[in-house]
Design a protein around this ligand. Sequence first.
Ligand SMILES: Cc1ncc(COP(=O)(O)O)c(C=O)c1O
Length: 368
Amino acid sequence: MTVIYLDHSSATPILPAIVPELTRLLREYGNPASMHGLGQAAKEAVEQVRHQVQIHMGGDGTVVFFSSATEANNYVLRTVARQSPHGRILVSAVEHACVRETADELAADGVDVHVIPVLPTGVVDLDALEALITPDTALISVMMTNNETGVNQPLDTVIQIAKQQDIPVHTDAVQWVGKQELPGLDYNYLVFSGHKLGAPKGCAALCLRQVPLTPWITGGHQEQGIRAGTENVWAIAGLGAALTHLEPQLDAMQRHYQVLNEQFRDQLNGDSVVWNSPESAMPHIVNVSLLGHDAHTTVMAMDLQGIAISAGSACSTGSMQVSPVLSAMFPDDRDRVQSAVRVSFGHTTTSDEIAAATQAIRRLILKP
Ligand SMILES: Cc1ncc(COP(=O)(O)O)c(C=O)c1O
């Protein structure tokens, strides 16, 4: 059965244009820490991508490679908490589990963590944010684009508020980078991940500005002493190749996603269909409630027909958990939250696939 894959926000296929380079690199084996030519060639490959990411993310600051955005986000929150044991950490209610659950764990350990609520639009409540800030606030963490709804946060305003009081800002940009050019933002920590943009799994980047750096993994000098261990040269090179390939195409891809988004909405619209992603959200993610239909059952029913969609973020899928993101947006509407599914488009998605998926979903909803 050919699979119609509409779960690109979890992982998207490797960009065909970078496969030849990745295949060539499979035969390279030097360790970047080695002094000889093969090692130095590997080091050069890593440093080139580091420089490329630095330019892509604003032209200044430091870039550190991690294995995943989950790990990089953990590093930021845990390191800030360790460096400012009495500091307050503010995280938005709609963060990915790797931020939200890390914040929960820090709170359980006694760190002064507070959650910034969101409005029903999924956007952080800026008044609530201002009210939560104290002179001890050590970090504000607000993502750029939500992975379940595609909602963009008013990050420039969040940063303005934070900078008035010299508070560092962390942003999870996993669902933004590779989709749109990065606007000039005065962030302190920005994280994105390779496999969301057509690079191999196993590499994420943390872009840091003007912050003290302490080690995360010790026992080597890699990654400026922050994350010891031999670099994943292949995945890092893939990240660089994917960014190079995507950069000139971002506008065209956005238009493509917009067309697919509109088609999806037009073809699915009807009774018991409630849109959770506003039209202003990033077009590659659409969250929709199929009222009266449990999301996990819908995902399994679609899977049996060869259509891959999701009931929330990938990390919560296995655990049958109700989406904390949608719960934060619609706390009083259980059916809406429990029946919400996400489709996400990528570089392989076609209009025919959208037509087939919407037909299959409509058949499911219309079933008595
Ligand atoms: C917004 C967001 N942050 C973080 C992550 C985790 O990324 P990774 O798979 O690289 O750990 C994801 C993955 O879906 C995500 O969508």
